[in-house]
Write a protein that binds this ligand. Structure first.
Ligand code: TRP
Ligand code: ZN
Length: 889
């Protein structure tokens, strides 16, 4: 058991640092068996701290301290204390130079935090608290320092030496070694420090900022990947322009670099001037990458670039403020993606993710607010709540203020706090200052966890021509927050007449004639009465998903299918379809439990039929939107909605419904498939993407006919595909719909795919996850075979995510196998990963923590595995926090 295990950090305990570091000079000498780090820190007592007697306490972990000098004098062992976490020196003067020499072993660092080796290169990951694994330091985001970094390494193996900022000097050293010195002109917290050394190639380009400064852009990769950088470079330039146009933010250094590494715990990292990316989040070419990964790359490249202002120039005071940079930056990248492609489809996909993954987190044992009150291990708080819900909170503010005031607010925020480490409160105050809008109640979105639940009822008074919406809100308890105060919830509504026309909305006689209105829900229950309403309307509620809430309204199925075909707002339209499917699915699950036959309401068949018709005849239709309308709610979402979740029922009834839709609408699916086959060469462009999405959605349904004709067509698509989107979609369609009739074809193509792509790591990852995620009961043995496959590597996070993550998160029926085998499998690997990479171990554990969602038999099986993990002797703080919190009542 680690000493720090079980220690909780509280927001309310925040104190300013006792010391500041004005300047940091590092010399990093890289060798094959060790690295020597020399740090010269120009330090002084923090005038704001008023703790003149406080000892100097620096964080350090897994460091071997070789020498400490204070003001030029070597300290004796009795002058300081050092333990596994800290270096403490008492009686230091008001200002001084501190020099530390330490030895580290990046080659042995499997945690991928601090300085480590990814295959053949050295790289770093310092956020959140990894810098302390490089040298003793004040490893907290409110200590900003200027950095000069000299890297020394063997020239042949590591010809490229990079760090933040500008290259000051470089040259030869004796013995086949060389050096490079980088200086970052901007002060920054150490979590933004980065260093890379390796045999890297690069593509380079340039960008001229709006004020006419020329910036050099470089993407560094291993030689094998040089052909996959162009798309990211293009996305980067578009992001740079967009941030100038939309936020008035210009890039501030003369060079911007991206490095791709194969071993990385997360997606990417915004280190100042030197972003480091998981190669899966930056490398793409049509032959190896799907439309999905192109989109992901575009948004992550933009996300990390946008951090240069929202995160780096203005940073976080402490890690409780993480959403200050992450929520805001996700909002920024989502808006960028919306401007680049289909706004409605981007929104639907983001909302779909939020509702399955974030809502589940919000109702589980790790539920926390956007600004948490406490944590044990900060790495566990890089969550969908901080990122995605945080972005929804910023979106609500942006909508409340409107475009112009929001821009004024962000301008004020960036100018007022440039070069500072601040809080979400500072952000909100800027928004209040520029707008005069009181956000007091709104602030509860930052402090209260849980997903608010809205219930809407309606009343139409034909005589008075009045339509009244009564909206109630409540929020279930979450750990340490039993009672919630009402939230400020913006509910955007429209009222449709029987022709689908929007009615003018007047809440009072002197109200305007707007056809879409934001209702401001502030109380536990509120009524909104619209006047001059000529007929009973169908309300379109929560347009644009105007708040991250669950909303219930007693729509009839006819009303839902009416909204699906008449509403203009993409989210409401899609949500109506989801609700309609949900009603049919629930009915089916009830019938199944009662031992009765499952029948499908023809209303749903008709609704899906008209979507397919629209795809064939409506030339203006957004085909990506239509493809989304053809998807039933995912199993994970159905599980999120029900307590207890009926694992077998969800899978069986959903599959049966898909099958029935395929049979009833076979001709339309076939026509839609053929109408969208294209022989144009691949382009990553909205219309082309939409066509492929729709075609491959149809193909998935057509597989369910179990017709040799359609298997042959899938094979033909596989064989003739010139891009990975179509090739992998054909393979996935077969793998996800296994039956005796396609068995030999399926097995042949699975093997052929590996043969063809075994040397492309990123494609192999897709191959692994496509098989592991296949929603097929009883496929655990196949997943275990993949773990034994030569392509698998437990040390590589992408491989872990592709096999273990894909199985446990995407294959509901496999992971929740009634005999508990899925749970045992996950616990086994969490225990293994706990020793090598705690961050990955604790992340993988998440599906086991959701035991309260399932029946008592499964609950017991899941808890057995959690307790087995809990009983491990050397549990990391990361895993300890998740497992202990998930076992608390
Ligand atoms: N700041 C990064 C981002 O969102 C997140 C990140 C990258 C990270 N690597 C990490 C967080 C390692 C924790 C640990 O862009
Ligand atoms: Zn981020």
């Amino acid at each position: 058991m680690k000493e720090s295990q079980g220690k909780t950090v509280y927001l309310r305990d925040y104190r300013v640092p006792d010391f500041l570091i004005d300047d940091t000079q590092l010399i990093v000498e890289l060798f094959e068996t060790q690295t020597l780090v020399s740090a010269r820190l120009k330090m002084r007592r923090n005038p704001a701290a008023q703790t003149p007697q406080a000892p100097l306490v620096l964080s350090g972990r897994a460091l071997e301290l070789l020498e400490v000098k204070l003001a030029g004098k070597v300290l004796a062992g009795s002058d300081y204390q050092v333990d596994a976490e800290q270096l403490t020196i008492a009686g230091v003067p008001a200002s001084f130079m501190l020099e530390c020499r330490t030895r580290i072993k990046p080659q042995e660092n499997t945690s991928l935090e601090g300085l480590y080796k990814s295959r053949v290169m050295f790289c770093t990951q310092c956020e959140a608290e990894g810098f302390r694994k490089i040298t003793y330091y004040l490893d907290r985001p409110d200590v900003l320092s200027s950095f000069t970094t000299r890297i020394e390494a063997e020239k042949l193996r590591y010809p490229v030496l990079l760090s933040n900022g500008n290259l000051l000097a470089s040259g030869e050293l004796g013995g086949g070694r060389h050096f490079a010195t980088w200086q970052d002109p901007f002060k920054k917290p150490c979590y933004l420090f980065a260093l890379v050394a390796g045999d890297l190639e690069n593509i380079s380009d340039s960008f001229t900022t709006s004020s006419g400064r020329k910036v050099e852009l470089k993407i560094f990769v291993e030689a094998k990947d040089l052909d996959k950088c162009d798309f990211a470079m293009d996305a980067l330039k578009r992001a740079m322009r967009w941030d100038e146009q939309v936020y008035g933010r210009e890039y501030d250094l003369d060079i911007f670099m991206i490095v791709a590494v194969d071993d990385f715990n997360m997606g990417a990292m915004e280190n100042k001037g030197l972003n480091i990316f998981n190669s899966s989040c930056v490398l793409a070419k049509p032959e190896t990458s799907t439309d999905f990964s192109f989109a992901r790359i575009e948004s992550i490249v933009a996300h990390e670039y946008f951090h240069n202002w929202s995160g780096n120039r203005v940073t976080c005071r402490d890690w409780f403020q993480l959403s200050l940079k992450e929520g805001f930056t996700v909002f920024r990248d989502a808006e960028f993606s919306a401007d680049m492609g289909s706004r409605a489809v981007n929104r639907i996909e983001d909302v779909g993710m939020l509702r399955t993954v974030q809502f589940a987190e919000d109702s589980g044992p790790m539920a926390h607010s956007v600004r948490p009150e406490s944590y044990m291990e900060i790495s566990n708080f890089y969550t969908v709540t901080i990122y995605e819900k945080g972005a929804e909170v910023v979106r609500m503010i942006a909508n409340l203020l409107g475009k112009e005031l929001f821009r004024k607010g962000t301008d004020l925020y960036f100018s007022r706090f440039d070069g500072m480490a601040v809080t979400t409160e500072d952000f909100v105050q800027c928004m209040e200052t520029v707008s005069g809008i009181n956000l007091t109640q709104f602030r509860r979105w930052y402090s209260q966890a849980g997903t608010p639940e809205l219930t809407v009822s309606r009343d139409y008074d034909a005589k008075q021509r009045r339509f009244t919406l009564t909206i109630k809100q409540q929020c279930p308890p979450t750990p340490r927050q039993p009672d919630k105060e009402p939230f400020y919830i913006p509910v955007t509504v429209a009222l449709l007449d029987s022709n689908g026309q929007e009615l003018p909305l007047q809440l009072g006689a002197d109200d305007g004639q707007a056809t879409s209105k934001v209702l401001r829900l502030t109380d536990a229950e509120q009524q909104f009465t619209f006047i001059n309403i000529p007929e009973a309307p169908v309300p379109a509620l929560l347009r644009g998903f105007s708040a991250p809430v669950k909303l219930q309204c007693d729509y009839t199925r006819e009303e839902l299918s009416f909204l699906m075909s008449h509403e203009r707002d993409g989210f409401v339209r899609w949500e109506a379809g989801q609700q309609l499917s949900l009603a049919v699915l629930n009915e089916g699950m009830q019938a199944r439990l009662a031992g009765q036959p499952v029948t499908v309401d023809p209303v749903l068949i008709t609704a899906f039929g008209s979507v397919l018709q629209a795809a064939l005849v409506d030339v203006n239709a957004d085909k990506a939107m239509l493809a989304n309308l053809l998807l039933l709610p995912p199993e994970a979402y159905l599980a999120e909605l029900a307590v207890p979740a009926d694992v077998e029922g969800i899978h069986a009834v959903r599959e049966q419904l898909r099958r029935q839709l395929a049979h009833e609408l076979a001709d339309l699916f076939a026509q839609v498939y053929h109408a969208n086959v294209s022989n144009e060469s691949y382009r990553y462009e909205a219309r082309a993407i939409a066509g492929r999405t729709l075609k491959n959605t149809a193909l998935n349904y057509l597989m369910l006919l179990e017709d040799p004709h359609w298997f042959a067509i899938a094979k033909q698509q596989y064989d003739s595909a010139t891009n990975m989107t179509d090739q992998s979609a054909a393979l996935r369609a077969l793998v996800n719909n296994p039956c005796a009739a396609n068995q030999s074809l399926r097995e042949t193509l699975v093997a052929a795919f590996y043969q063809q792509w075994q040397h492309e790591t990123l494609v192999v990852e897709q191959w692994l996850s496509l098989q592991s995620a296949a929603p097929v009961p009883g496929n655990l043995p196949a997943v275990q075979q993949l773990i034994k496959h030569e392509a698998f590597d437990l040390r590589n996070p992408n491989k872990v995510r592709s096999v273990i993550g894909a199985f446990c998160n995407s294959n509901l029926i496999g992971f929740h196998a009634g005999d508990g085998s899925g749970y045992r499998f996950l616990a086994d690997y969490v225990i293994k990963l706990n020793a090598s990479n705690p961050q990955i171990a604790s992340r993988q554990l998440t599906p086991l923590t959701r035991w309260r969602k399932y029946d008592t038999t499964r609950q017991a099986l899941m808890k057995v595995e959690l307790r087995r993990v809990m009983a491990e002797p050397k549990l990391s703080p990361d895993v300890f926090e998740i497992v202990s919190k998930s076992l608390q009542d």
